[in-house]
Write a protein that binds this ligand. Structure first.
Ligand code: CP
Ligand code: NVA
Length: 314
């Protein structure tokens, strides 16, 4: 058996992303009728967290329960990955009790190493390089609101971080236009942009553009997306970043430069008054809580998909 992992969003093809959306929409519709098909009956999920979480933890834990399985939360202090025990040994233990692992880690290499040694699917629940579960939910949210993801333009304003990287990659996979605006020194990683260029060639649709000035990036946007200026693990840079990123705040003035019906997106948690103002995140254009809700439906679908593929039935 060759198990399927989700370490980068680019581990999925376009068809597979749409397959996950189809499963997610079906599960969501059934849940609205209080139907909970036990597609993962008696399956178990290990949730390994090196960093805090609200959305990821709740959506994975409830999601596995609603599918008929069970999830075990392992807090940072429980495992101390690589300190109390090697990543190899943790992986070799977890695979004996669980069907699936989801891990939120500092270094991307940690989730890679877990996947290398565990003979069960491993899902990246956020690393310093990517946040693939987030963008699956984000694009599911947009997909529900717009018929097509072609001709869709998303403008990401802020730090070229994990969320930004996964947004760039999923846009390239699905043929969506993405426009990025970040301050000097905080652009997305070159390796990610190069990977996106290769994916864009394959999808023969969509585009990647970089603008230093956020007003230029939002000009033709269907959605404006932002994220915190200092990610988990970068708290000591917080004050310095506040000054550097201030011109990149998503506020009323920036919105005036965008089309009237632009959607506002954020992965949350938001640092209100920093990367986004209250009046913008609380406006009618904001879909941030739809994104948060869809974490549940997208990840349920992802777990069903990965277990199906890994058991050879998918
Ligand atoms: N967006 C997101 O991943 O939220 P949490 O950090 O609360 O899980
Ligand atoms: N970029 C943020 C995302 C939080 C969900 C971080 O890594 O902290």
């Amino acid at each position: 058996m060759l198990e399927r992992d989700l370490l980068s969003i680019a581990d999925l093809s376009k068809d597979e992303v749409y397959e996950i959306f189809r499963i997610a929409q079906d599960l969501k519709a059934r849940m609205s009728r209080r139907e909970f098909p036990p597609l993962l009956e008696k399956c178990t999920l290990a949730m390994v967290f090196e960093k805090p979480s609200l959305r990821t933890r709740c959506s994975f834990e409830n999601g596995m329960y609603q599918l008929g399985g069970h999830a075990v939360y392992l807090a940072p202090a429980d495992i101390s990955l690589g300190k109390r025990e090697s990543i190899h040994d943790v992986a070799k233990n977890l695979e004996r009790w669980f069907d699936l692992i989801t891990a939120r880690v500092f270094k991307h290499s940690t989730v890679r190493e877990l996947a290398k040694y565990a003979r069960i699917p491993v899902i990246n629940a956020l690393s310093d390089t990517e946040h693939p579960c987030q963008v699956l939910a984000d694009f599911l949210t947009v997909y529900e609101k717009r018929v097509s993801l072609y001709d869709f333009t998303i403008a990401y304003i802020g730090d070229g971080n994990n969320v930004c990287h996964s947004l760039i990659l999923i846009s390239a996979i699905l043929g969506t236009h993405i426009r990025i605006s970040s301050p000097a020194g905080y652009e997305p990683k070159k390796a990610i942009v190069e990977k996106a260029a290769r994916l864009l060639k394959k999808s023969a649709a969509g585009s990647y553009e970089f603008f230093r000035n956020p007003a230029d990036a939002v000009k033709k946007a269907d959605a404006i997306y932002t994220d915190v200026w200092a990610s988990m693990g970068q708290e000591s840079e917080s004050e310095a970043r506040k000054k550097i990123f201030l011109p990149y705040q998503v506020n009323r003035a920036l919105l005036k430069r965008a089309p009237d019906d632009v959607l506002i997106m954020h992965d949350l948690p938001a640092h209100r008054g920093e990367e986004i103002t209250d009046e913008v995140i609380d406006s009618e254009r904001s879909i941030v809580f739809d994104q948060a809700e869809n974490r549940l439906h997208a990840q349920k679908a992802l777990m069903v998909f990965l277990i199906g593929k890994s058991s050879g039935s998918g």
